[in-house]
Design a binder for this molecule. Structure first.
Ligand code: MF3
Ligand code: CO
Ligand code: CO
Length: 259
């Protein structure tokens, strides 16, 4: 599958889809508290997407995924399936939202701290967001995917965190996961050269312990092999003539614009 360059019309649709995905995170944020189950978070998001936004929750039935969002708690790296288990004080949770609007995907995730979290858990979440931002700052025509992976891995290493290698960011558009693969490690100046109109996600997963992952029996839930805490943040973006446009930016983030 080749890397697609999106037309202005497609970029407009990506902008709408990205905004809607970000809106779901904003909507769910106040609900992420001690005592709520991840099933309830899934139901709230599902209803908001389907009834208010008229979007399609992309995860639902995607290669058989059973729910509308991914909820990855503590040592879960990614693709956690919502359950009837309650969030408890001190948990960290990634909520990953992908919506489809007018055939185009918007994909974004963030970490939430439940109640009073340990200093090291909070630090992991904060640093993983910074790692995403550093990767995003590399994006402009002529830069390479290796530049993105390189700064993320270098930053993680500097802070004693490890980078998950088995899962990566991805091209996105009409198709949820399309080329290219966006690795969160690599060598500066190598790999695909970025061009205006490319759309992809960056979604680093950093662990406090070792980088290795394990897939659970359910076929989806990815956990750290050493059971250490893991965090992930994700944005969907486009390469523009002079940098990037972040489709899933939220208020307060440097790339956010209200129009
Ligand atoms: N949203 C995830 C990503 O960032 C993919 C989830 S696929 C699912 O690429 F099936 F687990 F939902
Ligand atoms: Co993604
Ligand atoms: Co995602």
């Amino acid at each position: 599958m080749a890397i697609t360059i999106k037309t202005a019309e497609e970029i407009r649709k990506m902008r709408v889809a990205g905004r809607l995905a970000a809106d779901v995170l904003e909507m769910i944020a106040p609900h992420v508290v001690k005592g709520i189950t991840t099933d309830e978070l899934d139901r709230l998001c599902h209803e908001y997407m389907v009834e208010e936004q008229k979007t399609i929750p992309a995860p639902l039935n995607y290669h058989g995924f059973p729910k509308s969002i991914c909820t990855s708690v503590n040592n879960v790296i990614c693709h956690g399936i919502p359950t009837n288990k309650k969030l408890k004080d001190g948990d960290i949770i990634n909520i990953d939202i992908t919506v489809i609007k007018d055939d185009y995907h918007g994909d974004t995730s963030q970490m939430f701290c439940v109640g009073k979290t340990s200093i090291r858990a909070e630090r992991l979440c904060k640093l993983t967001q910074e790692a995403l931002y550093l990767g995003m700052e590399q994006v402009k025509p002529g830069a390479t995917l290796g530049d993105i992976g390189h700064v993320i891995a270098k930053f993680a290493d500097k802070h004693g965190l490890s980078v998950v290698r088995e899962y990566c960011g991805h091209g996105i558009g009409r198709i949820f996961h399309e080329d290219p693969q966006v690795l969160h490690y690599g060598k500066a100046g190598t790999g695909v050269e970025l061009r205006e109109g490319m759309c992809f996600t960056i979604e680093p997963m950093l662990n406090i312990g070792k980088r290795h992952s394990k897939l659970l029996q359910d076929g989806w839930t990815v956990v750290t092999k050493d059971r250490s805490l893991s965090a992930q943040w994700e944005h969907t973006l486009a390469v523009t003539a002079d940098g990037l446009e972040v489709f899933t930016a939220r208020p307060g983030e440097p790339w956010y614009t209200s129009n």
